[in-house]
Design a protein. Structure first.
Length: 508
C-alpha cells in the first residue's frame, strides 16, 4: 500500500482488547456531554439576553469565551493526560464539568456568566483529547478504530440534536439555567461507569510537564484569538496590535521551546506529516466557516421566525441526522474511494449548502433550510470523521493525547475565530438598522434586546422596530453564510491537493 501514513507499530493491530466496545460507550458519554452543552447555549441565548441583559459584546463573550479558554488549554491537557493517565484526567475533568455547570445555571450577571463559561472551558479541555486518545489505545485494528472514531463523531452529532430538543423542552417548562443542569446525570453515569470499564493508558516515558510551555500556549492562544475578536468587533487599534503581538510572540516562543526540549509538551515534528497538517487545517477552517451560522441559527428560528424553543430544536435535527449517518460510513467510504475525495467532497457539499442560505429572508420556508442543514450534516460528518482518523493514524499511541489535543484545538480555535469574525459581521450589520423614533439604545445591541424593547412600545412602533431589527439580523446572517461558503469551498480545494496520496490504514 502506497501511503505516507504508516502504522505506529507493525504488530499492535493483532491485539484486540476485551471489553473495548463497552469502554467506548463510556467515552461517547463524555462527547455527548460536551456536544449537548455547546448546542443548548444557542437555544438559551435569547433567554439569557432577556434575563441578564448583556451588551452585544458581552453576548459574544458568553458565546465564545468557552472556546477561547479550551483552545488555550487543549494541548496542555492532552499532554498532561499522556503523562498522568488519560482515564484519570477524563474522570476528574468530567466531575469538574458537572460541578461548574451548576455555576453556569445560577449565574446572575453577564460577568458571572462569562466567568462560569471560562471555568467550563478549563474542565472541557480535559475531555475531548482524552476520549480520542483512549480510542487510539483501545482499538489497535485500523478498521475497528475507524468505526470507533465514526461512532465517536456520530455521538457528537447526536448530541447536537439531543441538545436543542432537550433544551427546547426545558426552556418551555423551566428557567434557562435548567439547560446546564442536564449535564449532571450524564456526568454521574460517566464517572461511575468509567471507573469500572475504562482502562488506564499513558506514555510510559513521558518526561516532565513543562509549566513554561503551558503558560506560553495559554497566553498565546487566548491573546491571539482575543485580538482577532476585538479587531473584528471594534476595528484595528494600538491596543489590539499590542495584544496580537503578545499572542504571536508567545506562540513563536512556544514552538521554539518545543523544538529544543528533550520531551516537549507538543512534538512539532508531527506537522511534518502532510496528512496530519492537512487534516488539522481542514478542521480549523471548516469550523470557522460554520460557526457563525451555527451560533446565530437558533436566534433566527426563534426571534425572527417566531418558533418555540422545542420547535427550533427540532428544526435543526436534519444536520445531526446527516452527520450521524455520514460518520458511520466515512471510514468505509475513504477506503473504497480515497481520503481526499471524501474530505474534499464533504467540504464542498457544506460550502454549497451554506451558499444556498444567502437567500434567507424573514419568511424563508423550512424545506430550503431543512435541506441545507441535512447537506451540511452529511458533508461535515464525512469530513470530520476521516480527518480525525487521519490524525490518530499518523502518530504512535504514546502521543495520542497530544495529537488529539491538536485536532481539538483546531476545532475550538476555528469556533472561536468563526464566532468572533462572522459573529461580529452579523452584529455589525445588525447594529446599523434604522428603527422608529424613540427606539432604545439596547435594541441595537442584540435582536433579543430589540424584542424586549418592542414589548413596551405602542403596537405600530413595535411592529416597525421588529421588522427593521429582524431584517437587519437576516441581512447579517446571509452575509455570514456567504463568507462561510467561500471559506468552505476554498478549504475543499486545499484539501484535495494537500491530502493527495493519503490513505487510511488497513488491517495488518
Amino acid at each position: 500500500m502506497t501511503s505516507t501514513l504508516q502504522p505506529a507499530s507493525t504488530n499492535e493491530a493483532v491485539t484486540k482488547r476485551p471489553g473495548r466496545w463497552l469502554a467506548l460507550s463510556v467515552l461517547v458519554l463524555a462527547v455527548l456531554l460536551v456536544a449537548v452543552d455547546a448546542t443548548v447555549l444557542g437555544l438559551a441565548t435569547p433567554y439569557i439576553s432577556e434575563d441578564l441583559k448583556p451588551s452585544g459584546t458581552q453576548l459574544l463573550w458568553i458565546g465564545d469565551v468557552y472556546s477561547f479558554v479550551i483552545a488555550g488549554l487543549l494541548v496542555s491537557m492532552g499532554s498532561l493526560g499522556d503523562r498522568i493517565g488519560r482515564k484519570k484526567i477524563l474522570l476528574v475533568g468530567a466531575t469538574a464539568f458537572g460541578a461548574i455547570s451548576v455555576l453556569n445555571a445560577y449565574a446572575t450577571t453577564p460577568e458571572m456568566m462569562i466567568f462560569a463559561r471560562a471555568l467550563l472551558g478549563v474542565a472541557g479541555a480535559t475531555l475531548m483529547p482524552a476520549t480520542l486518545a483512549l480510542i487510539r489505545n483501545l482499538f489497535h485494528d485500523p478498521r475497528e478504530r475507524s468505526l470507533a472514531v465514526g461512532i465517536w463523531g456520530a455521538t457528537a452529532s447526536a448530541g447536537t440534536a439531543i441538545g436543542p430538543i432537550a433544551g427546547g423542552f426545558l426552556l418551555e417548562h423551566f428557567w434557562w439555567g435548567s439547560v446546564f443542569l442536564i449535564n449532571l446525570p450524564v456526568m454521574a453515569v460517566l464517572v461511575v461507569v468509567g471507573i469500572k470499564l475504562l482502562p488506564e493508558s499513558k506514555n510510559p516515558d513521558p518526561g516532565p510537564w513543562d509549566m513554561l510551555s503551558v503558560a506560553l500556549s495559554l497566553v498565546g492562544m487566548i491573546a491571539l484569538v482575543y485580538a482577532v475578536k476585538e479587531a473584528a468587533t471594534h476595528g484595528f487599534s494600538g491596543e489590539v496590535a499590542a495584544v496580537a503581538l503578545l499572542g504571536a510572540g508567545a506562540l513563536i516562543w512556544f514552538v521554539r521551546r518545543q523544538l529544543t526540549l528533550p520531551t516537549p509538551l507538543l512534538d512539532m515534528r508531527l506537522f511534518r506529516n502532510r496528512g496530519f497538517s492537512a487534516a488539522v487545517l481542514a478542521d480549523l477552517l471548516t469550523i470557522l466557516g460554520l460557526s457563525g451560522l451555527v451560533f446565530f441559527l437558533s436566534q433566527y428560528l426563534q426571534l425572527v421566525q417566531g418558533r418555540r424553543p422545542l420547535e427550533a430544536g427540532l428544526a435543526e435535527l436534519p444536520a445531526a441526522i446527516g452527520a450521524v449517518a455520514a460518520g458511520l460510513l466515512a471510514g468505509r467510504a475513504a477506503r473504497r474511494f480515497s481520503v481526499r475525495s471524501v474530505v474534499a467532497g464533504g467540504l464542498a457539499a457544506v460550502g454549497l449548502a451554506l451558499a444556498s442560505l444567502t437567500v434567507l429572508d424573514q419568511s424563508t420556508g423550512y424545506p430550503l433550510l431543512g435541506a441545507a442543514l441535512l447537506v451540511v450534516g452529511i458533508g461535515a460528518g464525512f469530513s470530520f470523521t476521516v480527518t480525525a482518523d487521519v490524525i490518530l493514524s499518523s502518530v504512535p499511541k504514546e502521543q495520542a493525547g497530544s495529537a488529539s489535543a491538536v485536532s481539538e484545538t483546531a476545532y475550538e480555535l476555528g469556533a472561536a475565530l468563526g464566532i468572533a469574525v462572522l459573529g461580529s459581521i452579523v452584529t455589525g450589520v445588525y447594529r446599523d438598522f434604522t428603527g422608529p423614533v424613540g427606539t432604545p439604545d439596547g435594541a441595537h445591541e442584540s435582536l433579543g434586546g430589540a424584542v424586549e424593547a418592542a414589548a413596551g412600545m405602542p403596537a405600530q412602533q413595535s411592529a416597525a422596530l421588529l421588522d427593521s431589527a429582524r431584517q437587519a439580523f437576516v441581512d447579517g446572517l446571509s452575509l455570514a453564510a456567504g463568507l462561510g461558503a467561500a471559506v468552505l469551498l476554498a478549504t475543499a480545494v486545499a484539501a484535495w491537493f494537500m491530502l493527495r496520496d493519503q490513505r487510511l490504514e488497513n488491517e495488518v
